[in-house]
Design a protein around this ligand. Structure first.
Ligand SMILES: Nc1nc2c(c(=O)[nH]1)N[C@H]1C(S)=C(S)[C@@H](COP(=O)(O)OP(=O)(O)OC[C@H]3O[C@@H](n4cnc5c(=O)[nH]c(N)nc54)[C@H](O)[C@@H]3O)O[C@H]1N2
Ligand SMILES: Nc1nc2c(c(=O)[nH]1)N[C@H]1C(S)=C(S)[C@@H](COP(=O)(O)OP(=O)(O)OC[C@H]3O[C@@H](n4cnc5c(=O)[nH]c(N)nc54)[C@H](O)[C@@H]3O)O[C@H]1N2
Ligand SMILES: [Mo]
Length: 754
């Protein structure tokens, strides 16, 4: 028996984008926003005068003139601009113990939060309170804590630069660098890995570089779902006849072909543009081996070329002038053998050589990558190998070339830039102290995993979340939920109800804030905030919609209120700063010289790009050079008795822990999320069939009752949805260098469900 229904499981024949995407937008608008009123929100998204799309961090074209269509953005906006409300009445009807049994989908779907709330343990209900009381209750707990390092200040990457800057100021005046951040679960391997290689933890390319490049390599990201506007850029690259090489264990439709909803002819004729010129289904976790293989093939071909009297295939002048560590890299690559590379990457030597050939044939190359690279125990090292590959041919600091980490949350990069970091550098702290007359703590603080460990061990007693849903986003819910429940204080500054809000502590508060789409008025008038995209462009964003409730405060106002109540002797003029966000920006400029003339430059259409040294071949490393870095290939990611590596992925209808719906259109899944994708031959070898019910087992952790789906995925690799599969990832399973949980290479065994 144990044969589950195959209902809602088929293959998806179409391209990414196209009419399916348009229909999805129409549906989202109808369901959430009602007939007509707020559709103009969609039209003002990513326009010079509108608001920044909360969907992702992919940049806007410089001269946005027409509405840039994006299903992802449309869903994010309609989800925020919903007409549904979770008001005091809602909380009077539903006790927390009942809400806990709701799905993550149902919790957020219930609507926007309207009032500040306090948890009443006597009745098990959240009850409405005044803002002043909310601030005072928080302040009372924080003032009673002797050691500031017992408080965690979490940030999710939707917070604006202004909110994030005030937040870090609050925490540092309070006395801690505990800044767990969604970035710790995301591109931390980039933030930690790239500075050692090229002196900056950010991407070096701009949108214009895609117009001039000769090859694009796409490692471990799924733009069709997660960065749909990127497909428009890749489509142009493809139409120029430029090779796009996809490296991904799963066949993702968006990397195969795309029907551009902005292209009338393509839509009318049901045509589509192929995206990748070659698609290589690497084994999960096999990228480090693969990149070393590409480098090995490149160095071998280079030696052969030189031997034959050629100029060679690597850029010797660049390596000589700009880098160090080349000999060590050669020695390291020399000693890895092809058998190991092929076994761990799952790709044949000839295939890897073909990738290398595309690379050395291209005068200018771009490497893009996402979570498929970063969320492994060896994430940081893989990022550094990608940088090695680019350095070998001088693919930095010239048009059409560079590295492109594709960021997630719309301002995750900006939050980092303005000081959200648990490992701050001294020059920054010194400037912050000078600008405000405070004394910031120097000791490093907690990242996301360390924050949960500290909470688990009773070393942290209070948690404040500026957005996000950390308890669901991070690994190991078994440990995490218990850790939250031990706290003295859990404060969530959010737009929608989620599970982290329901992990009640001695004192629990939900503080509802304005969303990106909403009008923000302060004492001096209408305010704009600023964000930084994946390509270091900072620009303004101004909400257009009436707030869902008069009671909401902006994120900066909430942070200021919390700070004043928690810091009785504060030396910061909080109210003054919040009155006019220009004043916050003046302070940002004072602390970060790269923001010179901030208020003037952000008023120019399209904003401005922050300095990225490596984009000009200026290496902000201690010795002023770019570094080739060596790393061992991680052997034996699989554990004894756990022959598969599980990767956790996003469905098309989710935004991180926000589940918009139960469909995953491009993977052919409708109305459900309880599936695990396996290679058909692996399924055969296990004596299982497509549609069988299986358990996914990692040690004593089990994700039970999943339906096995035969899918185009590399052998030995399996995939399931995040966050459901987080129960399989122990907290200690993370990258030592960056702290990123290894969400994408979890050793598991698959067995028929009993
Ligand atoms: N609609 C929507 N948009 C989003 C988000 C969302 O949840 N929904 N989230 C936002 C955020 S915060 C982020 S960080 C980004 C995430 O965007 P992505 O980086 O695209 O993230 P994922 O969906 O987790 O998966 C990435 C891809 O990596 C592949 N992969 C898995 N394991 C490996 C591996 O070992 N090697 C390689 N080479 N590939 C692998 C998977 O098959 C998948 O195609 O998107 C942002 N945009
Ligand atoms: N297994 C597995 N786990 C993962 C990942 C994975 O690929 N696999 N990906 C990781 C990644 S890349 C990330 S970035 C994290 C995401 O971690 P988080 O950023 O913590 O999670 P989100 O789901 O994006 O947060 C959603 C909540 O944000 C709140 N919110 C929405 N908009 C706003 C706003 O404008 N202001 C405020 N204050 N709140 C708002 C809403 O209440 C909503 O419930 O998850 C990580 N976890
Ligand atoms: Mo992310």
């Amino acid at each position: 028996m144990s044969k589950n229904s195959l209902e809602g499981i088929r293959s998806y024949p179409g391209p990414a984008g196209g009419w399916g995407a348009l229909r999805a937008v129409a549906k989202a608008v109808r369901a959430e926003m009602g007939a007509s009123t707020n559709t103009r929100a969609l039209l003002s998204m990513n326009q010079p005068e509108g608001f920044d799309c909360p969907g992702c961090a992919w940049p806007d074209p410089k001269h946005t003139s027409s509405f840039e269509f994006c299903e992802n953005g449309a869903k994010a906006v309609t989800w925020e601009a919903t007409q549904k409300r979770v008001d005091p009445d809602f909380f009077a009807r539903h006790p927390v113990s009942e809400l806990w049994t709701w799905s993550d989908y149902a919790l957020e779907e219930a609507g926007r939060l309207t009032h500040p709330l306090r948890y009443d343990p006597a009745t098990d209900h959240f009850v409405p309170i005044e803002w002043e009381e909310a601030f005072e209750r928080t302040g009372a707990v924080l003032r009673a804590i002797d050691d500031p390092n017992e408080v965690e200040f979490y940030t999710s990457g939707r917070a604006s630069n202004e909110a994030a800057f005030l937040y870090q100021l609050f925490a540092r005046e309070f006395g801690t660098n505990n800044f767990p951040d969604c970035s710790n679960m995301c591109h931390e391997a980039t933030s930690v890995g790239l500075p050692k290689s090229i002196g900056v933890g950010k991407g070096t390319v701009t949108l214009e570089d895609f117009e001039e490049t000769d090859a694009v390599f796409s490692f471990g990201h799924n733009p069709g779902t997660n960065h749909p506007r990127m497909l428009g850029v890749l489509r142009e690259v493809s139409r120029r006849g430029v090779p796009i090489i996809a490296i991904n264990p799963m066949r993702e439709r968006g990397l195969e072909r795309f029907q551009d909803p902005q292209a009338p002819v393509e839509m009318a004729t049901l045509g589509a543009t192929p995206i990748s010129s070659a698609y290589h289904m690497v084994k999960v976790g096999g990228d480090l081996a693969l990149v070393k293989g590409i480098i090995k093939a490149l160095l071998a071909a280079d030696a052969a070329d030189v031997g034959a009297g050629g100029r060679g295939l690597i850029d010797r002048a660049f390596i000589q002038q700009h880098t160090t560590g080349f000999e060590a890299l050669c020695a390291d690559i020399e000693q890895v053998d092809w058998a190991t590379i092929c076994a761990l990457s799952g790709l044949a030597q000839g295939v890897i050589e073909s990738i290398a050939k595309v690379y050395w044939t291209a005068e200018r190359a771009i490497i893009c990558y996402g979570m498929g690279i970063t969320q492994h125990r060896h994430g940081t090292q893989t990022v550094q190998q990608l940088a090695n590959l680019l350095l070998l041919r001088g693919n930095f600091g010239r048009a059409g070339a560079g590295i492109c980490p594709v960021r997630g949350h719309s301002n995750v990069q900006g939050d980092r830039t303005v000081g959200i970091t648990e490992i701050p550098k001294e020059p920054f702290l010194a400037r912050l102290d000078r600008a405000f007359g405070i004394i910031s703590p120097r000791a490093h603080g907690h990242n996301a995993v360390e924050a949960i460990e500290a909470m688990r061990d009773g070393r942290s007693r209070a948690f404040i979340g500026l957005g996000g849903n950390l308890a669901v986003a991070i690994s190991d819910p078994q440990t995490t939920f218990a850790a939250f429940r031990k706290l003295d204080l859990n404060v969530q500054i959010v737009t929608k109800l989620n599970r982290t809000c329901l992990l009640t502590a001695k004192e629990s508060l939900i503080l509802p804030c304005l969303g990106r789409t909403e009008i923000d008025v302060q004492a001096s008038g209408l305010q704009a905030i600023t964000v930084e995209d994946s390509m270091s462009v900072v620009h303004a964003s101004r909400g257009m919609l009436q707030p869902v409730s008069d009671t909401l405060l902006s994120e900066p106002a909430i942070v200021a209120g919390l700070a004043k109540a928690s810091l009785p002797t504060t030396v910061v003029a909080w109210d003054d700063l919040v009155t006019d966000y220009d004043r916050i920006r003046d302070k940002i400029e004072e602390v970060f010289p790269d923001f010179f003339d901030f208020n003037e430059r952000v008023r120019v259409k399209g904003g401005f790009r922050l300095r990225v040294g490596a984009s000009q071949r200026q290496w902000d490393t201690p010795d002023g050079l770019a570094h080739f870095l060596v790393a061992d290939i991680p052997l034996g990611l699989e554990r004894e008795g756990h022959p598969f590596l599980l990767t956790t992925i996003r469905s098309h209808d989710q935004y991180n822990t926000t589940i918009y719906g139960l469909n995953d259109r491009y993977r052919g899944i409708t109305g459900r999320r309880d599936v695990i994708f396996l290679n058909g031959e692996d399924l055969n070898d296990l004596g299982l069939e497509h549609g069988d019910l299986v358990d996914v087992v990692a040690g004593d952790r089990i994700l039970a009752g999943q339906t096995a789906v035969a899918h185009m995925i590399s052998r030995g690799s399996v995939a399931a949805y995040y966050p459901e599969a987080n129960c399989l990832v122990p907290l200690e399973n993370h990258d030592r260098a960056s702290g990123t949980p290894a969400y994408k290479s979890i050793p598991v065994m698959i067995r028929r469900a009993v």
